[in-house]
Design a binder for this molecule. Sequence first.
Ligand SMILES: Cc1cc2nc3c(=O)[nH]c(=O)nc-3n(C[C@H](O)[C@H](O)[C@H](O)COP(=O)(O)OP(=O)(O)OC[C@H]3O[C@@H](n4cnc5c(N)ncnc54)[C@H](O)[C@@H]3O)c2cc1C
Length: 403
Amino acid sequence: MSGTHSNNNAFRLPAEIVEQCELAQRIVRKELLPLEPEFLPHPGHSFGLKETINLKSVFGEEKTNHLIKIARDTGLWYLMVPEEFGGSGLPMLAQVAILEQFYYTAVPFPFANVPNILYECQGDQIERFLKPVIEGEKTTCFAQTEPNAGSDPGGMMQTRAVKKGDHWVLNGTKMWISMAAESDIIMVQAVTDPEKRQRGGITMFLVNRDNPGVHIEAGGIKTWLGLRAAQYTVHFKDCIVPETDVLGEVGKGFYLGQRWLTVHDRLLRGPYALGKMQRALDMSIDWAKQRITFGKPLSERQAIQWKIVDMFVDLEALRALTYQMAARSDAGEDIRAEAGMVKFTSMEWGARCVDHAIQIHGAMGEALELPLTLFYRYLRHGQIGGGANEIQRMQVARKLLKG
Ligand SMILES: Cc1cc2nc3c(=O)[nH]c(=O)nc-3n(C[C@H](O)[C@H](O)[C@H](O)COP(=O)(O)OP(=O)(O)OC[C@H]3O[C@@H](n4cnc5c(N)ncnc54)[C@H](O)[C@@H]3O)c2cc1C
């Protein structure tokens, strides 16, 4: 592994963060990279909350528990958890730098990756929902998209929740919900005031997957992210949810969802892409030096050198952008639009960078025993999932042009 922040610390990260980065690198090299050949034929959707489920499905309990033990012994399990819940309390910049190291490999490292809106839990919700998710005993999925509501959920959402006495009754259909069948808690958005919709009329509910009003379509929807389906259509039929299971305030659920997606999810796409881009660059340099055509290594051909240079430029530019936005977020700035910029640049530049690596590797670039095509699929998917690139650009345009 090369080019990491231990020797390229432009942001002057404190020594203890550099040490954490180096620890992450050692774990990747010693524990995760050796597992990659076994993982690559059965990839799961590795970004987000489901690392442990993916690991268990591929490697079984023993190997997964070994990795979980490393995560817990080193404290990395709590990397992204706020201090008040036993976490590291590290600023976003430090988290980004450490996460980048883990995304060097396709094999996910298990840690408590809690959707940050769950920290809105109040009263006994903390014991029933939040703490089990932090400890990895329960997992969540996020249900916003519907068959006719993707980019414009606020305007098009049909799922309704109606208050009856001390509970709510949910009816509607959500689609494309990642890992719904494997999750214990579904964080569902539903319209509670059709007049107000996204301006105070959408509420977030915490719904147990085994609620009798929840029906998950068998088989799920298969995509090119993995051989097994990981996205599901979920029907809510007269689904009764106690009023105590509203997350945050009634009517504020759209705002909550956007807050999670804008900062947590979008900014963290940066390190997710950076690790993959660094790996693709390292692999390409190694391959170009040893692959001989017409009597010379590929590394001596200008056409190949320029691809490698372009990959390096994308990587350095994305790193500068991501780290800058993380630092600005830590300073309390409103970076909602900028986080969208990190999302679409990381996915576009990342896919472009990995595409060069595939080309440099020739036929080997297409071989599933290398991680390159999987990296490409993940990064290309990220140009749609979690809010498509066009929608991110709309937000940046709004910020630039509103004055
Ligand atoms: C693998 C996968 C996993 C997913 N996981 C989840 C999940 O866990 N939970 C969840 O809620 N959703 C999930 N989604 C749904 C995802 O968030 C939506 O697919 C995404 O927001 C885009 O919505 P859409 O597919 O309806 O596209 P549409 O809204 O139909 O848009 C189609 C295209 O048109 C563009 N477009 C739309 N409006 C405009 C405009 N005004 N100007 C210019 N271009 C525009 C879009 O950017 C897009 O490129 C997942 C999707 C996939 C593929």
